[in-house]
Design a protein around this ligand. Sequence first.
Ligand code: GDP
Length: 196
Amino acid sequence: SLFHDASFYVSVNQFQDLPVHSGAEIAFAGRSNAGKSSVINTLTRRKKLAFVSKLPGRTQQINYFRIRDNLFLVDLPGYGFAKVPFEIRHHWESLLSEYLQTQKTLVGLVLIMDIRHPLKELDLQMLEWFSITGKPMHIILTKSDKLSRNRAHSTLKQVKDRLMLHYPSVSVQLFSSLKVVGVSEANEALYNWIEN
Ligand code: GDP
């Protein structure tokens, strides 16, 4: 599948240090503790590629993983962790918005949300920032194992209905890193971005 040969490439914490390359990047973003590292580890089948931590807000850098010669997976810093001091949060939020809006090699954004807390204010902020670029977005509602099958599917429908008005082209899916659910659906959605 798409992400299987991933290996660590570089970590950066300043905009001017972003690697220059001629390939494509797929970025992963989400609130701290949403389950982003676990999604990346599940998609790449690497247990510890992205660091899974019980301490939210630990991933304070942009981590690049090389998928193959011309394709990179970009793990963006988790946002929305209240205990991060304002100055640091401000630094990361400007870095995120600048990255999302100006990175030419970025082909699409994957937004990770805990299915129990979808579409929070900062998630909507990310949608707004990135939609300006006209590039595709895919939402992964993870930890779906935390809800019953019915509740998970009704949440999926609610999220789709809410996006319909302003972001009709954004795709949404259920995922569970714990139960390994939704991997092929995610692969399919993201594969389309690099095929074109
Ligand atoms: P990140 O901060 O967004 O990278 O989130 P992590 O991947 O570190 O996950 C945060 C917490 O949620 C950890 O305690 C994980 O074990 C847990 N978690 C992540 N994904 C799942 C999932 O699919 N199901 C369940 N039940 N727990 C999960």
